[in-house]
Ligand binder design. Structure first.
Ligand code: GDP
Ligand code: MG
Length: 177
């Protein structure tokens, strides 16, 4: 069901951000439909996906927004962030620049987003360890410094995808209930 059903106890909005090509759309399709695309084209059309999650005895409907190929710095409008209680900030462990740009994304998040937004940093494409340019330690240290949750993920091999979303959703649930 793609519409908001009455049986859910909470509806949360969360956003995906990070440079183009880091795997945001594939993380979302893996989480919402268990699908992965090797030939992934820039996101067109789909703006968000839903998934219902049970936390304790509550049914949470997570509405997760994906950037519609507007990842250039400052191209995303404030409406994208409006009302979002969580964000997954993604970089690609095989592209150093995407990691360096994390601070820009964080800056934008903090400018437009809710001040108590739950932010999770995800170092994606952990399956490509042979071409790694960012160590897990670097990701971890950055996240600690900025007070973010952190994990490495692989949308391709379905590693930590469930965890990254569920961690964020349960933290949002803790804060809002
Ligand atoms: P987006 O621009 O951030 O939405 O990135 P996409 O989800 O469109 O992915 C960009 C490219 O990276 C596509 O060719 C994907 O198949 C590939 N990709 C995404 N996630 C992974 C991953 O975890 N591992 C590998 N090896 N490739 C990935
Ligand atoms: Mg995309």
């Amino acid at each position: 069901a793609d519409s908001i059903d009455e049986e859910c106890d909470y509806l949360f909005k969360a956003v995906l951000i990070g440079d183009s090509g880091v795997g945001k759309s594939n993380l979302l399709s893996r989480f919402s439909k268990d699908e992965f695309r090797l030939d992934s084209k820039p996101t067109i059309g789909v703006e968000f996906a839903y998934r219902n999650i049970k936390v304790g005895d509550k049914l949470i409907k997570a509405q997760i927004w994906d950037t519609a190929g507007q990842e250039r710095f400052r191209a995303i409008t404030s409406s994208y962030y409006r009302g979002a209680l969580g964000a997954i900030l993604v970089y690609d462990i095989t592209r150093k620049l995407s990691f360096e740009n994390v601070s820009k994304w964080l800056w934008e998040l903090r400018e437009y987003g809710n001040s108590d937004m739950v932010i999770v940093l995800a170092g994606n494409k952990s399956d490509l360890s042979h071409s790694r340019e960012v160590t897990e330690e670097e990701g971890k240290i950055f996240a600690e410094t900025e007070g973010l949750c952190f994990m490495e993920t692989s949308a391709l091999e379905n590693v930590n995808v469930e965890r990254v979303f569920l961690d964020m959703i349960s933290k949002i649930h803790q804060i809002t209930s």
